[in-house]
Structure formats: structure tokens, C-alpha cells
Design a protein around this ligand. Structure first.
Ligand code: APR
Ligand code: ZN
Length: 241
């Protein structure tokens, strides 16, 4: 507490498991296929250079698919938490869907980009495309038609990973939700933060052991429980003068 304000910083990092019950496929649960494509084929620089049309068609299909998906109870619980404690919650996600935003969550930080935007290859401007195909779209800044999906691919920089470095120094609590930890090393993040919770459908002893609390159930029931634990932690700080 400082001048009556809660100062604790809770970093929440979510993955594909958060959106699984909204009907969006995870990356590795289906024999390592993402919508029947290998991640390498549609989410790597090599795959992109090999067949740009196939990759663009893939993201067009993901965007069209996303339009009729709905946020689930986990997205809604997180959105309400962030709205209640805007200065204490840092909402990081590996997901490229917009379900947290559609649940009303402000300031979502997408570490791997966003499906509902495109990026200009000429001037790097990111602009909104919604759920439409990228076919025929032009950059609103330089009017180039050399535009691509705004999803970070393997083999590319992920500039927003800078938030992960800050997290290891600034977080009072790390909360990891619905991610296998195969890409962002959640076990090593947990070792750098005093208080840590993981909530995942599947147990993974090689990762769970680094967290103070591990919950193994679907996000729609597990995440609301975790949100309550976070609120208790914040309220407790409120009582400790
Ligand atoms: N509720 C909670 N967790 C779930 C659910 C569910 N209903 N269904 C699956 N999970 C968990 C699985 O146990 C698994 O740990 O979600 C995780 C999904 O893991 P991945 O498919 O590897 O997805 P993710 O961890 O988000 O992948 C990270 O890899 O391909 C890249 O850029 C891509 O952002 C992605 C990154
Ligand atoms: Zn441009």
C-alpha cells in the first residue's frame, strides 16, 4: 500500500488453453497440428517464404473462423479483474485471437501478434482488418499492397518479449493460464517470481513443480478460481498497512 493505493503487480500470461473452450484449437494438442497444419508450415519464416499464398489463406481462414467464436467464462473473469484492478494487472497473452478484448478486457498485450490486424511489409504499419480476408487490402499509410498477417512467426523477433524481462524483475505474482510452456519458458519465469500460480488442463510435472500453486482443470472453471485467489491476494495487501 502506498498513499492508499494497492501497489502489487500481477503478471498474467495466457496461452491457447484459455480459448480452447470457445472452440479455437490449441497448437499442440492435436498431434502437434494447428487446424491440420504443422505449426512449422504456417507459422514459420521458412513456411512463409516457401508458400505465401498458403500461409495467407490459412490466416484468412483463422480470421473468418474467429468471427463466430465467443469469449468464455475465463476471458470474462480476466476482463473483469483487469477492469477492477487496472494498475495492478498486466495482461500478457500468447494468443492472437481477440476474445479477451471482446470480453471487455482493456490493454491486452499480445506477445505473438494479432489475427485481426495486418502489417505492411513496406512501412511496418499495423492496421485493423477485423475478420476479413487480407486479399486486396492496402496499407492505409503508404498504400502498398505488400501486406501480411500480423502474427509473429517462428524465426522472427517478438518485440513484446521485453515485457517478460520486466516481469522477472517487477512481478509480485506470476499467473500462467492454459499454455504448454513450449515456446515461452514458463518454468524459468516462475523461478524468478516470489508468488506463482499455474492453471492448465493437463498436468506437467516438469513445469508445475516450479509454481507455488498448480490447478488442473478446464479454463472455464480453473481461471475464475485463480481470479478469486488473485483478488484475495490484492485485498490482503490492502489490509496490511
Ligand atoms: N483449459 C485449460 N487449458 C487447456 C485447455 C482447457 N480447456 N485445453 C488445452 N489446454 C492446455 C493444454 O494442457 C496445453 O498445456 O493448453 C495448452 C495448449 O498448449 P499449446 O497448444 O502448446 O498452446 P500454447 O502454449 O499457447 O502455444 C504457445 O506456440 O505455436 C506457438 O505462437 C504459438 O502462441 C503459441 C505458442
Ligand atoms: Zn505501409
Amino acid at each position: 500500500m502506498k498513499d492508499g493505493k494497492i501497489t502489487k503487480k500481477i503478471y498474467i500470461l495466457s496461452g491457447a488453453g484459455l480459448s480452447a473452450e470457445s472452440g479455437i484449437k490449441t497448437f499442440r494438442d492435436h498431434d502437434g497440428l494447428w487446424e491440420n497444419h504443422s505449426v512449422e508450415e504456417v507459422c514459420s519464416v521458412e513456411g512463409w517464404e516457401r508458400d505465401r499464398q498458403k500461409v495467407s489463406d490459412f490466416y484468412d481462414a483463422r480470421r473468418a473462423d474467429l468471427e463466430n467464436k465467443e469469449p468464455n467464462a475465463a476471458h470474462i473473469a480476466l476482463a473483469n479483474l483487469k477492469k477492477t484492478y487496472p494498475n495492478n494487472i498486466v495482461m500478457l497473452t500468447q494468443n492472437v485471437d481477440d476474445l479477451l478484448e471482446r470480453a471487455g478486457c482493456p490493454e491486452v498485450i499480445h506477445l505473438h501478434g494479432t489475427l485481426t490486424d495486418l502489417r505492411c511489409e513496406s512501412c511496418k504499419t499495423e492496421f485493423e482488418v477485423g475478420y476479413e480476408s487480407q486479399e486486396g487490402k492496402q496499407c492505409p499509410e503508404c498504400h502498398s499492397d505488400n501486406v501480411r498477417h500480423n502474427v509473429v512467426m517462428f524465426g522472427e523477433d517478438a518485440p513484446k518479449y521485453a515485457f517478460l524481462n520486466v516481469l522477472t524483475r517487477a512481478a509480485d505474482m506470476l499467473v500462467v493460464l492454459g499454455t504448454s510452456g513450449q515456446v515461452i519458458n514458463t518454468a524459468s519465469l516462475a523461478q524468478a517470481v516470489k508468488n506463482s500460480i499455474i492453471s492448465n488442463l493437463d498436468a506437467d510435472p516438469s513445469i508445475d513443480g516450479y509454481f507455488q500453486t498448480a490447478i488442473h482443470e478446464p479454463a472455464t472453471t480453473g481461471v475464475p478460481k485463480v481470479v478469486m485467489m488473485i483478488e484475495e491476494y490484492l485485498i490482503l495487501e490492502n489490509q496490511v498497512v
